[in-house]
Design a protein around this ligand. Structure first.
Ligand code: ASP
Length: 345
């Protein structure tokens, strides 16, 4: 049986062409993309595609589009062995994180890729990324099960867990990285999978997609010089249910009483405040420093080693399930799709 793969084309640099007047890149049609990658025919796969009516620059990505991508996968789940999502790099890690939560019980590969140079350009990285993504989506283990059973980002030399990934370069072909989790595969002459890092599912339950996300969340990045007025203003945003607070180092913040009081008051109002570090690598260890300890005493939840992208989308997903603040807080600390490691320290 030939592998059956569905490509979901959302836009992004991979399929862009130059605007004849401004010379800036703009999203373009999927057929143009396929014409430029004749090598696809060398893969002995059955490939179908679905595309956004208007392909987008991923800077325009939002939860409505996430629902559209998730539905494209869920509605066609039984008819394909794997899925490749073509997407711009700017918000790819957010989409990968959101999909990893929305596609409950996923046991098939959802490989997201794109490129830094459009596929029509001579030195494009798009052609190789697309071909490799298709190969990974078709890969099976010895027992005939899909090798990858999760949402992952394929870019240049690596396959990363989607909800552990971050865009790390606007120029480099190796544009993504998981700072707190090993790669799922290394791409060289061959594709070498790290089986210990890949998600293992022993039981197969029907896919349980969830499409509703709640966008009543805010993100606040602290910095030396942040004022009480700005902080309170953000925390007082009408209707918010959750805050992702990007703190220093191991989850530390100012020890000034005005700062701690603002966070404490917010938690008392029933708003979930999640602590994630601004550092690319490592996570929150609240009791390492007094500056983390006093912050944790306000009732803030530890985000452990969550990426910012996973933190904000997980919050939207949990509130989208209609859960109350207590249950959202509880589930934020438990991995849903391999997005965090709870530290014992
Ligand atoms: N702005 C583009 C996008 O995210 C960048 C890219 O695809 O690399 O759609």
């Amino acid at each position: 049986m030939k592998p059956r793969i569905l490509i979901v084309y959302t836009g992004g640099t991979i399929g862009m062409i130059e605007d004849p007047v401004s010379k800036a890149l703009k999203p373009f049609d999927f057929s143009h993309l396929l014409t430029n990658v004749p090598k696809i025919k060398m893969l002995d796969y059955e490939i179908d595609n679905i595309q956004f009516t208007e392909p987008i620059d991923s800077s325009d990505m939002n939860p409505t589009y996430w629902e559209q991508i998730a539905r494209s996968i869920a509605d066609n789940y039984d008819n394909y062995d794997g899925f490749v999502v073509l997407h711009g790099t700017d918000t790819m890690a957010y989409t990968a994180s959101a999909l990893s939560f929305m596609l409950g019980n996923l046991t098939k590969p959802v490989i997201i890729t794109g490129s830094q140079l459009p596929i029509g350009e001579v030195r494009t990285d798009g052609e190789e990324n697309l071909i490799t993504a298709l190969q990974i989506a078709a890969e099976r283990d010895e027992a005939g099960n899909p090798m990858v059973r999760e949402v992952a980002i394929l870019f240049e030399n690596y396959l990363w867990r989607g909800n552990r990934s971050t865009k790390r370069s606007a120029d480099n072909f190796n544009a993504f990285k998981s700072n707190n989790y090993p790669y799922l595969a290394k791409i060289g002459l061959g594709i070498s999978f790290d089986r210990d890092a890949l998600t293992k599912h022993h039981r197969s339950l029907p896919l349980a997609p969830h499409y509703q996300l709640d966008t009543n969340v805010v993100a606040i990045e602290i910095f030396p010089g942040i004022t009480e007025r700005t902080l309170r203003h953000a925390l007082d945003t009408p209707g918010i249910k959750g805050v992702v607070l990007r703190t220093y180092g191991a989850g530390n913040g100012p020890t000034a009483e005005w700062f701690l009081a603002a966070i404490r008051d917010t938690v008392r109002r029933g708003i979930v405040v999640l602590n994630v570090t601004q550092c690319a690598n490592g996570g929150v260890h609240s009791n390492r420093y007094v500056a983390g300890d006093v912050l944790s005493a306000t009732g803030i939840i530890s985000g452990h080693d969550l990426t910012f992208e996973a933190a904000i989308t997980k919050m939207m997903y949990l509130f989208g399930l209609g859960l109350d603040a207590g249950e959202v807080s509880r589930r934020l600390a438990i991995p849903i799709a391999g997005e965090l490691t709870v530290s014992q320290k």
